[in-house]
Ligand binder design. Structure first.
Ligand code: SPV
Ligand code: MG
Length: 431
């Protein structure tokens, strides 16, 4: 009897999957692959039901002879173990970045003369509704909120992109590339105070108030499913911060990062060029404690951001603060730096990790931009935030367009740099 392998990364078996199984039995004994939670998360399919429930769902299909766990998005490892005669899959992976998974299957099967069977993907209304429902569920506060903690457990480093609108949210949600034989995408979103303020034409001095910031959060929540880390600036008055923690938690935000500065906040990248005052350890710890007391779920994270390196107070000061903030209940530490090289961040992380193996570390490599995710990870960093690059790439492009129209008194000269009209009117999915 020949063997047929089909891998599933789903919480719901719909008629599209049943069709694949129906076709599969025609070729031989069906082995169903079950993508592990870790691989699902990397693939941006965060499971809503437990691994055991997903396993049972496949085992209950009478056509399936056995269920095996596939630990990687790429098939080569599991295929080399099973050496099936056939792999069966929907034809929806022929185009777009998913084709590298397909290429990986074809290359693997070639080694023992196996064959790929592709069945037309079932695109009917019922299937579309189920897909949409699963996506909407993932976007609900109770699922989204806990997703950052889940990612911290499952990902080597949580890749986080700046967002400041529904549109940038969609870019963080949907950008997916095939790179070095892997599928790459962002894991989470950073709601930057700099970029949220800049988008409103305002300076980054906590002038854009929390009501407005929450409006932006809501715009992003509406069109995405990935977890949000809010840049909470200084957190403001303790009496206000506790209300904001509750609101953020209720909305489904996963974490707020507050920085240990006080008085009129200025953007950290000014460093000591402007007057900036660091808060006392005692007062900042009290803010963290108050925030943690206000929290109502286990999911939400309050991450303390240390400005000692920005303000040139040295690594000892940063380490002393980190220990105190963790003691006060901080769920993570963000260390910021405006140096061109990552050395001081590495030193801080290495020394912090000697004392604390667990507390998540966050880095924002804006100025030390040659550093790679792998290097940060090797120094114990768990979350990398690309804090402003979308804004900084959009602004010069728009400026150039505006300048060109003024110069040529028409738009023909810029047209080939623009998104085609057909693409812009279909960019946003309709319900
Ligand atoms: C932001 O993105 O608003 C930040 C990071 O706080 S930084 O601009 O580097 O201070
Ligand atoms: Mg900020």
């Amino acid at each position: 009897m020949k063997t047929v392998y089909a891998c599933f990364c789903t919480d719901v078996i719909h008629e599209g999957h049943l069709n694949i199984i129906k076709q599969a039995v025609k070729y031989g004994t069906v082995i169903a692959g079950l993508l592990s939670d870790e691989a699902m998360v990397r693939y941006n399919r965060v499971p809503i039901i437990s691994f055991e429930e997903r396993k049972k769902m496949l085992e209950d299909l009478p056509e399936v002879s056995r269920v095996v766990v596939q630990h990687e998005v790429m098939y080569e490892k599991i295929l080399s173990e099973l050496k099936p005669d056939y792999v069966i899959h929907g034809d929806n992976w022929v185009d777009g970045p998913l084709h590298i998974i397909r290429d990986n299957v074809i290359a693997s099967l070639k080694e023992w003369g196996g064959q790929l069977i592709e069945v037309p993907y079932t695109y009917n209304e019922k299937v579309r509704n189920i897909d949409a429902m699963m996506k909407e569920k993932a976007a609900m506060p109770e699922y989204r909120r806990k997703r950052l903690r889940l990612l911290l457990n499952l990902c080597p480093i949580v890749k986080t992109l700046e967002v400041h609108s529904g549109l940038t949210g969609l870019i963080a949600e949907k950008t997916i590339v095939a790179n070095d034989g892997e599928i790459a995408q962002f894991d989470a979103m950073w709601l930057s105070s700099l970029c949220d303020s800049t988008a409103k034409g305002k300076p980054d001095i906590e002038l854009v108030d929390m009501s407005s910031r929450l409006r932006t959060v809501d715009d992003v929540l509406e069109v995405t499913t990935k977890p949000i880390i809010l840049d909470g600036d200084t957190g403001g008055l303790v009496e206000h911060f506790v209300y904001n923690v509750r609101t953020l938690e209720r909305m489904g935000v996963s974490a707020v990062i507050i920085e240990d500065k006080t008085g009129l906040k200025k953007n950290s990248l000014f460093g000591t060029d402007v007057e900036q005052t660091q808060d006392s350890i005692e007062r900042f710890c009290e803010k963290i404690r108050a925030g943690k007391r206000a929290q109502r779920t286990e999911d939400f994270m309050i991450i303390a951001r240390i400005e000692s390196l920005i303000l040139e107070k040295g690594i000892e000061d940063a380490l002393e603060r980190a220990a105190a903030y963790v003691d006060a209940g901080a769920d993570g530490i963000m260390i910021h730096s405006r140096k061109k090289e990552p050395d001081e961040v590495f030193e801080f992380c290495d020394r912090f990790r000697m004392l604390d193996k667990k507390t998540p570390l966050v880095a924002v490599p804006t100025s030390y931009n040659t550093v790679t995710e792998g290097e940060l990870q090797s120094h114990g960093v768990n979350i990398v935030i690309y804090a402003n690059q979308l804004t900084r790439s959009a602004f010069p492009a728009m400026q150039e367009t505006a300048g060109s129209i003024l110069k040529y008194h028409r738009t023909k000269e810029v047209e080939d740099r623009l998104m085609p009209i057909k693409d812009i009117i279909t960019l946003i999915d309709e319900l």
